[in-house]
Design a protein around this ligand. Structure first.
Ligand code: 5AD
Ligand code: SF4
Length: 437
């Protein structure tokens, strides 16, 4: 038998890109490719790109620059660009970078094997009518006991700063039965923790026979799967947190006490300019209801500083909102104008103003994150072991609240879900001791 061909995929961006990369590796696996960890010696290199901020897209061109030497040494090497930059820039990538053989958008990657077989350059950035998931081989890749599962893609919200509705397209939900089949398959392969993914996951509306299921209903059904111990979902929009979904946080022990709920800003004027369609007050009320359902929930969010026109006072309102909520975790970004979005038409703030605001915001969020970690000390949590630690006899896993936890446990195995008492908080992880079952 011929040696298998080697495929190296480099993944940027969100968790959905991580999921897509796995599915692309599986699709290429059916064509005789095995995944490798480096571009050197690979027969094909695929860069799965992110277009969300300028810095994320720039990485593509510096990566391609570096690949030039490898391609000169091995002209048969195929280079592919996938993901949201592929979707947004399309043929422009082939023009700028002739070393690229194929460009494939996020909705067309089931056609990747065919494209890789074809000679010459090819491009596919369609939003095809067929469902790419139907055309993909069954899930195989397994990197441990925790897995992502895409249930919804695209976004109809059109926040003024965001490229997602353009690169990922309109909101589409996968049918319930397909999701359940994929989940059962993952569980049969040892997965115990599933994070449902969608750009707007809580807007999920999937069909089951002739009925329309919400995300809450889907979660309730998934919680019945034996062997599946933990559920999470991301990313949500505040306006799609319906009553049943909030109630599910109280009703379903398998639904983990962690919720990522981006708010972006604490200024009503900026939220309006961002086309977020919710106010600061709406968000605060919503958090109250979620905490009433699940008091120990750890909240995470996304923030953008330096949106066009943001004043000092408006920025400070964001700090006030952060103080009012108390986030256990957060991602924060300097506004980055994205071509084609409405906000990109507006004059930008001076970079030093945005930089200084981002620093102040991150200092506050960092304090809150450390406080949330310290507050875990002494508590008993579940930990799912994902890999061995650096020290002999040590395991690393994720807690119910998604903290990384180090446990000295010489008998521990990857995939064990154990009870742990947290004993210490370090800067980016916790330490704990295993409790008897
Ligand atoms: N500039 C900065 N941050 C952005 N995000 C989305 N678009 C932009 C942009 N143009 C952030 C938002 C979103 C997260 C995934 O990325 O906070 O929630
Ligand atoms: Fe982008 Fe999220 Fe707004 Fe959709 S809801 S446009 S993905 S920021």
């Amino acid at each position: 038998m011929a040696d298998p061909k080697k495929l190296f995929i480099k993944t940027y961006g969100c968790q959905m890109n991580v999921y897509d990369s796995e599915r692309m590796a599986e699709a290429m696996g059916a064509d005789g490719y095995v995944s490798v960890d480096s571009a050197e010696g690979a027969d094909m290199v695929l860069i799965n790109t992110c277009h969300i901020r300028e810095k994320a897209s720039e990485k593509l061109y510096s990566d391609l620059g570096r690949l030039r030497k490898l391609k000169a040494e091995n002209p048969a090497m195929k280079i592919g660009v996938a993901g949201c930059v592929a979707q947004a820039e399309g043929a422009e990538i082939l023009r700028r970078m002739p070393l690229v053989d194929l460009v494939v958008g996020p909705q067309a990657y089931h056609r990747l094997p065919e494209m890789a077989r074809a000679p010459g350059q090819s491009i596919d950035t369609d939003f095809p009518l067929e469902d790419k998931f139907d055309a993909l081989p069954e899930r195989k890749a397994l990197r441990g006991p925790a897995a992502f599962l895409t249930v919804q893609e695209g976004c109809d919200k059109f926040c003024a700063f965001c490229v997602v509705p353009y690169t990922r397209g309109a909101e589409v939900s996968r049918p319930v039965e397909r999701i359940l089949t994929e989940a059962r398959g993952l569980v049969a392969r040892g997965v115990r923790d599933i994070t449902l993914l969608g750009q707007n996951v809580n807007a999920y509306h999937g069909m089951m026979q002739d009925q329309d299921w919400t995300l809450a209903r889907l979660l309730r059904e998934m919680a019945q799967i034996d062997g599946l111990e933990r559920l999470r979902y991301t990313t949500s929009h505040p306006n799609d947190m319906d009553n049943d979904l909030i109630a599910a946080h109280g009703d379903l022990p398998k639904l983990m006490p962690y919720l990522h709920l981006p708010v972006q800003s604490g200024s009503d004027r900026i939220l309006k300019a961002m086309n977020r369609k919710h106010s600061t007050e709406d968000y605060l009320r919503l958090i109250e209801r979620i905490r009433a359902a699940r008091p120990d929930i750890l909240l995470s969010s996304d923030f953008i500083v330096g949106f066009p026109g943001e004043t000092e006072a408006e920025f400070e309102q964001t700090l006030d909102l952060i103080r009012a909520v108390g986030f256990g975790m957060a991602y924060s970004f300097k506004y980055s104008a994205r071509p084609g979005t409405p906000a990109a038409e507006k004059p930008e703030l001076p970079a030093d103003v945005s930089d200084a605001r981002l620093q102040r915001l991150q200092a506050l969020l960092g304090e809150q994150q450390r406080a949330a970690q310290s507050a875990m000390v002494g508590r008993e949590v579940g930990v799912l072991y994902e890999k061995p630690g650096r020290q002999e006899g040590q395991m690393i896993g994720k807690s119910d609240h998604l903290h990384a936890v180090h446990v000295n446990d010489s008998t521990g195995q990857i995939g064990d879900l154990v009870r742990v008492r947290i004993t210490a908080a370090a800067s980016n992880s916790l330490a704990g001791e295993r409790l008897p079952a």
